[in-house]
Design a protein around this ligand. Structure first.
Ligand SMILES: [Zn+2]
Length: 183
């Protein structure tokens, strides 16, 4: 099989036809997608023009597949570095820059501050160094918003703002129609 076919990822939908995840967008390699279809774990919703051959079969590469069994979304967002950056939209929560991002304890650890959703924010190196072990009030910095634990739904919505570099036209319906309607 030609290696160039790694360029044909399949968008993976949950059984409710919503993407399994947005950030990163749930994508499988064409090999995994074809295998899952062969094993009847997924249905093929849309296909690429390209065809792959084995000695006995020929199959168009799936571009969108849907799981037959529904995967329950998590009730709570995992407290990870990545999810924290995503909650803060990859911006320093003091000055708003997206450069040189680090993590800052709002109440410094040296003053008993916890490592938690409500006390850690994305901060650029400059603001982080400026704040040091000072309290927020003494630092002269202000938070753009007070940090809270995000709901998984909130992270999913934020994830939509950061689409991957490659979007196949057959994915658009599923990404577009799932967006919340704005009043
Ligand atoms: Zn900053």
């Amino acid at each position: 099989m030609p290696g160039s076919l790694n360029r044909y990822p399949a968008l993976v939908l949950n059984a409710d036809y919503r993407p399994l995840s947005y950030f990163p967008l749930s994508l499988w390699s064409w090999q995994d997608a074809v295998k899952a279809a062969w094993l009847e774990r997924v249905d093929i919703v849309a296909e690429y023009e390209h065809v792959v051959h084995s000695p006995s079969v020929q199959i168009r590469i799936p571009s969108v597949i849907v799981l037959k069994d529904f995967v329950k979304p998590q009730k709570r967002a995992a407290f990870t570095r990545f999810n924290l950056f995503l909650r803060d939209e990859f911006r320093c929560q003091y000055c708003g820059t997206g450069n040189e991002l680090t993590f800052d304890h709002v109440v410094p650890r040296s003053r008993g501050g916890r490592t938690s959703w409500t006390n850690v924010v994305a901060a650029c190196g400059r603001c982080n160094r400026h704040k040091g072990s000072k309290s927020l009030a003494r630092s002269g910095l202000t938070l753009r918003r007070s940090p809270t634990a995000p709901a998984p739904e909130q992270l999913r919505n934020l994830g939509r703002k950061f689409p991957p570099g490659h979007l196949h036209v057959s994915w658009m319906d599923f990404l577009y129609w799932d967006a919340e309607l704005e009043a």
